[in-house]
Design a protein around this ligand. Structure first.
Ligand code: ADP
Ligand code: MG
Length: 688
């Protein structure tokens, strides 16, 4: 038996069960052994009945008081009821359809039961426990993710059978011995045995660590190599850096971080290899100016650039911003979105095809077959998490190996960035343009809502603007009690009306929500940015990118419904001008997670610190979620969430490749093969 042997041939499986295993994505013996337990049944410390906790599975030692009695419930359903005692306390036990077990049980027989105790002090109960007559002492049993018809104990048996059949094949270890020594890692076979059948929790944890380290190492090696492979040479190169001329166009001087990021990009443009770079920077850090600078240099050298944005509003705004930034440069900026009229669209398409439009901003419409470029040299995508890698690649395919720049306003810790964006180089904008006032943030209950809106009103009267964000648009009417609706699920539509009639009477209140037509959205957004509206009530469509420097207050209703990163994004809509800005988070939810999030928001406005906080609260799983497709399946890294371990594995990968870039040394060959296998799933162009 080998790793690649079909699960069907493992003892006790067969065709029918193999189909059940397939539901768990288990097809081979290798898949089976990397179907790791999510937890363990602890049989090693059996408890007396009085000591068994309520509602949490545990092992109880007792003896049978009354032999199981059959109760027919209906066809195909038989209950067995009996009583056990440990000499002090009694407990009722119910088994379902467990004829075989029930018939084994005789009065006075000592048994071990593993299950969850319910009932009360007078009579405890255990429903459907696992029963053993003689569990080997000191034992943890694996609890596997299971599926209908295939429970954890059935999987356990098959895992055991597979391990037996594999024999010494289990001990093949792709990690070179000196690496294992350096990081004190268990040999692979030992780790596999221990993660499935540990002696104790400590051993299970060490096994998990070892396997997570390996997973992370493979991932890093693979990503590094993919990066290398996708970098065949490109003809898109420059002979000169035009950034100094670009700076002369700007009404402000670049921040140090912006200058660094542009320089890193320009170095890529010189290199003769296509750039693949992520510019990570907090909201308001000036990523657009960086992108424009990079585009400027390429355009001056005769190339075209395309910027793809996730929404029409953003595309329009970027087009406007870029036209303004590049005013006087002679560069023509075009806008291409789905809602363009046919004649406008034709003009833009013609301009792109003949090269007279040098910079185009658009939505997904850019991906259409009708869009052809004369000399596409740079692809920029905004707010990376809204685009799949495939879309990036589709736009890039319209040129001959153009450079790629990705802008993300969702800062994530560097360690994670290295995994999640492992195929990209990373530039970080860790400095805000000068003159920004820190945004003051308050978290309040709905009892303070009227005060919050009085505050909004005061600022509107002083000529400022404000956003109010509600999490959902619903048709149902809010409570009619003469006051503002209770903070249950604020309905943006009804809410806007309420505000217009109530606390914000006399203010010009606009509404923006996801169900509006694109043209209507744009009209509202435009009106707001021209100062024709004082308050914009919105759902999260304003989350990304929108820039109205005169807006100084952000009110977030039902703040508990937003993730930390999302709230931070929303807050970034204010504090963009020279006026002092405020963010007010309204929530009546007092749950621990909500409280921790709100507290983090009030404590810092630094996106990277928010991201760290978010990571602590949620674990890394959600970060991977953003980009899960395109990456190989990650089983352990995500669940361990051990950042130190991830960092170690990254160091190890870097050191290894520094010594042996192609992993050709004999001791590295097995690892190289595993990397290839892991990335075979992703496919050749998956990460380009
Ligand atoms: P981001 O996309 O990173 O959130 P933007 O590119 O939208 O940020 O920039 C936010 C605002 O800051 C814009 O109004 C922009 O014109 C301005 N800005 C950008 N760079 C600078 C700078 N170096 N100095 C002053 N203002 C800047
Ligand atoms: Mg932006």
């Amino acid at each position: 038996m080998e790793w690649s042997t079909s699960i069907q041939y493992v003892k006790g499986v067969g065709e029918k069960r193999a189909a059940l295993f397939a539901k768990l994505d288990i097809r081979t013996v290798g898949d089976l052994l990397s179907h790791y337990p999510r937890d363990y049944e602890d049989w090693s410390h059996p408890l007396a009945i009085a000591d068994a906790p309520y509602g949490r599975p545990c092992c109880v030692r007792a003896y049978v008081v009354s032999a199981p009695r059959e109760h027919y419930i209906r066809k195909g359903m038989v209950l067995y009821k009996f009583t056990v005692s440990d000499g002090h306390d009694g407990m009722h036990v119910t088994l379902f359809n467990a004829k075989y077990t029930a018939e084994k049980l005789k009065v006075n027989m000592p048994i071990y039961l593993f299950g969850t105790v319910s009932g009360n002090f007078h009579m405890r109960e255990m429903s459907a426990p696992l029963i053993e007559l003689d569990p080997a002492a000191d034992r943890l049993r694996p609890i596997y993710p299971q599926t209908g018809g295939l429970n954890s104990h059935a999987i356990e048996k098959v895992v055991k059978a597979a391990m037996l059949a594999l024999g010494s094949a289990m001990d093949a270890d792709p990690l070179p011995p000196d690496l294992r020594d350096r990081y004190r890692l268990m040999p692979r076979g030992e780790a596999l045995r221990a993660i499935h059948f540990p002696k104790n929790h400590e051993q299970a944890a060490r096994a998990r660590e070892r396997l997570a380290f390996e997973e992370c190492l493979l991932l890093q090696l693979g990503l590094f190599r993919l990066k290398g492979r996708s970098r065949g040479e490109t003809g898109v190169r420059i002979s000169q850096n035009h950034t100094p001329d670009y700076e002369k166009l700007l009404p402000f001087s670049l921040t140090g971080a912006q200058r660094r990021a542009i320089a890193e990009c320009v170095a890529d443009l010189h290199s003769g290899y296509p750039m693949s770079r992520l510019v990570q920077g907090d909201v308001g850090s000036g990523k657009t100016a960086v992108a424009a600078g990079v585009a400027y240099t390429l355009i001056r050298e005769g190339w075209q650039a395309a910027l793809m944005a996730p929404t029409e509003i953003l595309a329009a705004q970027h087009a406007a911003t870029l036209s303004k930034l590049l005013e006087g440069s002679g560069i023509r900026v075009g806008l291409l979105t789905g809602s363009l009229r046919a004649a406008e669209k034709r003009a833009v398409l013609a301009g792109l095809a003949d090269g007279s439009i040098q910079l185009v901003v658009g939505t997904h419409a850019l991906l259409s077959d009708t869009v052809q470029f004369a000399r596409l040299g740079l692809v920029i995508t905004d707010e990376q998490h809204r685009f799949g890698v495939a879309q990036r690649a589709a736009l890039a395919a319209k040129g001959a190996r153009p450079h790629l720049l990705v802008m993300s306003a969702t800062p994530i810790p560097r360690t994670l960035a290295l995994i999640i964006y492992g195929d990209l180089d990373v530039s970080i904008l860790d400095e805000l343009p000068p003159g920004r006032q820190p945004i003051e943030t308050f978290a309040v209950g709905s009892d303070k809502r009227d005060r919050a809106y009085a505050y909004v009103r005061k600022h509107v009267e002083a000529g400022r603007q404000a956003y109010v964000v509600c999490p959902l648009v619903e048709d149902e009417q809010p409570d009619e009690d003469g006051r503002l609706p209770e903070c249950t699920l604020a309905s943006a539509t009804a809410y806007a009306d309420k505000l217009r009639e109530g606390v914000l009477a006399g203010c010009r209140v606009g509404l923006l929500h996801g169900r509006m037509k694109a043209a209507d959205k744009d009209a509202v957004m435009l009106a707001f940015s021209h100062g024709e509206l004082d308050v914009l009530v919105a759902t999260t469509v304003i989350e990304v990118g929108v820039d109205v420097p005169n807006a100084v207050i952000m009110v977030i209703e039902n703040a508990e419904r937003f993730g930390l990163a999302q709230m931070h994004q929303l807050r970034g809509r204010v504090g963009r001008g020279h006026h002092k800005s405020t963010c007010i988070l309204i929530s009546d939810n007092h749950g621990d997670v909500t409280r921790a999030r709100l507290k983090a928001m009030t404590r810092t406005t630094d996106g990277f610190r928010i991201a760290d906080e978010d990571l602590k609260l949620r674990g890394p799983g959600d970060f991977f979620g953003n980009r899960q497709h395109g990456l190989p399946r990650l089983k352990l890294i995500v669940s361990t969430g051990d950042m130190a371990l991830i960092a170690q594995a990254q160091d190890a990968a870097a050191a290894m490749l520094a010594d042996d870039p192609l992993l050709q040394a004999p001791e590295n060959r097995p690892l190289a093969r595993q990397v290839e296998a892991l990335f075979a799933e992703v496919g050749e162009q998956g990460l380009n």
